[in-house]
Design a protein around this ligand. Structure first.
Ligand SMILES: Cc1cc2nc3c(=O)[nH]c(=O)nc-3n(C[C@H](O)[C@H](O)[C@H](O)COP(=O)(O)OP(=O)(O)OC[C@H]3O[C@@H](n4cnc5c(N)ncnc54)[C@H](O)[C@@H]3O)c2cc1C
Ligand code: SF4
Ligand code: SF4
Length: 667
């Protein structure tokens, strides 16, 4: 399906419209708006109106520029040279890193894996995403659909699996982990022991903050421990990375549920971080629910009881309701607990299910049918015992505003026999333990009002992050929130302005080693994405603890790294060295270099050798050259092969690695 202007964030579709460079200082790099839907078809229908609204906003800004300021009229006519001092310019070209919520320097760690430096690759990850072994198995991978390789060779680099190669093959890293800083006298309370709180603890312990972590369960890890099954995330990997953080001297209070924020505020903490997640699984109140209660389970609670080994069996016939990742974990766990006949049913059409592609594939690969367009109507109970469920068959119909309705097809109801039902239809937050008179404002959906930049609530001492801030997301978002909240808590404790955020660390280093030699591998592999091997199902399906994905071995990992296009190696251009011989233009395999007359962005994009149609990707504009032309390069299609720099007789082109590191509290 055509996804122009659309991108996915927090499992929700957004519209993004690129802003002409002349207005970037005024409007930012692009204008974005959430479509508040998970459904691609609906997003498709809704986007047109939003795109035209955002475009008219750009038009108004353009007209204001022209009428308010005469000088800016000139700017409209001629594109200014690209401002390379803006750290976001080159960052945006590294598509995978830009899309990763924690901005992990992906191509840099991929190069380290190619060199066999697994420990270095692991540590590069650990700085940004805190849990490389865990995420190398479970990450939601927003970087992969963004990967430039999808624009040149269809399938993205297997970025997530490569993270796992680094984690699986690293050496002992205990000496490389930073030690806790000297006690700075400040005490921070962290409520909940999930990835968000653990990230905050790691960042603040380095600065010498005393971190006290309250967790209602007997161990830390949050949903990573209680809900992600061991066949996807082995306990050993989880424990290792959680303990790496706790061992930095976090004071833990396990089996301690915070039941009053007011009481906690009365204790001597300088700031409080709420990382309590979205712990309430949704229920389904339809006919027969109460009578069938003994055999109906809320998915996330059921997975938790498996994790703590309270549940060890399930009936032979199981129905799982829901189309998200929880449903996929429930159905696959049921098989391993002895169910012989597991069926997933989902209200929406298959393509609109929320579960990731790979989760659906894995479930179906284990022989579990997914019945879409089935709306649950009744739990069927006989002699006080659940015997099955009744479903109505529907089809999705969209109105002119893109609103989806599920219309009954009129077919006979579908009856599915079952012994147990698992309900996996969503999660909610639960803040009944936060009193409403202590200065935390609550808004829509009874969620706290949290500042999107600083993660501070309306109570200056209290910060939120992870699923507790804006609802269920995933681990990498929880880590990204944790880093930002730690920066804010540190600034708050120092009495600094929280809105004044630290700049990222950046460097730009030439990769030249000789006339035709580069320190990176620039010969692009034409191989297709490698398929990760799986454990023998005869063994894996019998045991919850047998990991299904075996990961790439070193050789496969190496081959996969060669598919990366090194998007962080930038083509840097020096006007002062250019003699306008056009040698680079001739050699570029993608025709992305141009020497042309300057003009408006619209005209320039049209006049390139190959028109630059992808407005989300920038064009590099040089200062004016002696012939009064400018050099324009379309960043969208550059392969970073370096042929331009090899061919250039004066060295006007150079290949330079751009390293971008998001600021952390301790840097
Ligand atoms: C079945 C399932 C599978 C998932 N699979 C993936 C996946 O493969 N990849 C991925 O990226 N994400 C996955 N997720 C989502 C991911 O686990 C969460 O987004 C992430 O763990 C959120 O982190 P968090 O730190 O905000 O909260 P959580 O991980 O939810 O941790 C919150 C912690 O707070 C504790 N707590 C709550 N209230 C209190 C209280 N009052 N006092 C003390 N402690 C309290 C809870 O016990 C819990 O340990 C999955 C979620 C589910 C439900
Ligand atoms: S090709 Fe490599 S550097 Fe480029 S976006 Fe994909 S993973 Fe990132
Ligand atoms: S690096 Fe390669 S693809 Fe990019 S501009 Fe230079 S020659 Fe063209």
């Amino acid at each position: 399906m055509d996804t122009k202007y659309l991108f996915k964030r927090h499992n929700t579709w957004w519209v993004k419209v690129a802003v002409p460079r002349t207005l970037k200082s005024k409007l930012g790099y692009d204008l974005r708006e959430s479509l508040s839907t998970h459904d691609i078809n609906q997003a498709h229908l809704l986007r047109e109106e939003v795109v035209s609204r955002l475009k008219s906003k750009i038009k108004v800004a353009k007209n204001n520029n022209l009428s308010n300021d005469k000088l800016s009229a000139d700017v409209q006519e001629y594109l200014p040279a690209t401002d390379l001092s803006d750290p976001q310019y080159y960052h945006k070209i590294v598509d995978c890193q830009y899309a990763c919520p924690a901005h992990t320097p992906v191509p840099e760690y991929i190069r380290q894996i190619a060199l066999g430096n697994y420990t270095d690759a692991y540590m590069i990850n650990w700085e940004s995403n805190v849990f490389p072994g865990i995420l190398g198995r479970t990450c939601d991978r927003p970087c992969e659909p963004a990967c430039r390789r999808t624009r040149t060779h269809e399938k993205p680099v297997a970025i997530c699996r490569l993270k796992r190669v680094a984690a699986d093959n690293r050496d002992d890293i205990s000496n490389l982990l930073p030690k806790a800083g000297e006690n700075n006298g400040k005490r921070i309370a962290l409520i909940g022991g999930g990835p968000a709180s653990l990230t905050v603890a790691r960042d603040l312990r380095i600065l010498g903050y005393e971190c006290v972590l309250f967790e209602k369960d007997p161990q830390a890890g949050g949903l990573m421990r209680t809900n992600i099954p061991s066949f996807r995330l082995p306990e050993k990997v989880l424990n290792e990375e959680v303990e790496q953080i706790l061992d930095m001297g976090v004071s833990v209070r396990f089996n301690t549920e915070i039941s009053s924020m007011k009481a906690l505020l009365n204790e001597d903490f300088d700031a409080i971080f709420v990382g309590t997640g979205a712990p309430k699984g949704r229920d389904l109140s339809i006919e027969g629910r109460i009578e069938a209660d003994a055999n109906v389970h809320i998915g996330i609670d059921w997975l938790t009881s498996i994790a703590f080994e309270h549940t060890k069996s399930i009936g032979k016939k199981v129905i799982v309701l829901g189309g998200g990742n929880t449903a996929m974990d429930c159905c696959r766990s049921s098989l391993r607990l002895g169910a012989e006949n597991v069926t997933v049913t989902v209200r929406s059409p298959f393509e609109q299910m929320k579960a990731s592609e790979w989760e659906k594939e894995d479930a179906m690969g284990e022989g579990i049918p997914i019945l879409d367009n089935h709306v649950p109507k009744k739990f069927l109970v006989e002699n006080c015992k659940l015997i099955g469920m009744e479903f109505e068959k529907v089809k999705a119909v969209f109105d002119s505003n893109g609103k989806r309705s599920l219309i009954p097809t009129g077919e006979d109801p579908v009856i599915i026999e079952c012994d147990d039902v698992l309900i996996a239809i969503g999660q909610d937050n639960a803040f009944n333990w936060i009193e409403r008179d202590i200065g935390i404002e609550f808004g829509e959906w009874d969620m706290p009002n949290v500042d999107k930049t600083t993660f501070q609530s309306s109570h200056e001492k209290i910060f939120f992050g992870g699923d507790a801030a804006w609802g269920p997301e995933n681990i990498i978002w929880a880590a990204a929130h944790g880093h930002q909240a730690a920066i804010s808590i540190d600034k708050f404790c120092r009495g600094e302005d929280l809105q004044d955020r630290p700049e990222p660390g950046t460097s730009l280093i030439s990769q030249k080693m000789g006339v035709h030699e580069w320190s990176y591998h620039n010969d692009i592999s034409q191989a297709e994405r490698f398929i990760v091997p799986h454990a023998d199902p005869a063994i894996a399906l019998k045991d919850l603890k047998v990991e299904v994905e075996l990961g790439f071995d070193k050789q496969m990992g190496f081959e996969e790294t060669q598919r990366c296009l090194n998007c962080d190696v930038q083509t840097a251009f020096s006007e002062s060295l250019c003699i306008e011989c056009d040698a680079c233009v001739d050699i570029c395999p993608t025709d992305c270099i141009n020497f042309i007359a300057n003009g408006t962005e619209e005209d320039v994009r049209k006049n390139l050798r190959v028109p630059a149609v992808n407005l989300d990707q920038d064009i590099l504009v040089s200062k004016e050259l002696p012939t009064a032309r400018v050099m324009i390069k379309d960043e969208d299609v550059c392969l970073h092969c370096g042929l331009c720099a090899e061919r250039c007789p004066t060295g006007a082109w150079d290949m330079q690695t751009y390293l971008y590191e998001e600021a952390k509290a301790y840097q």
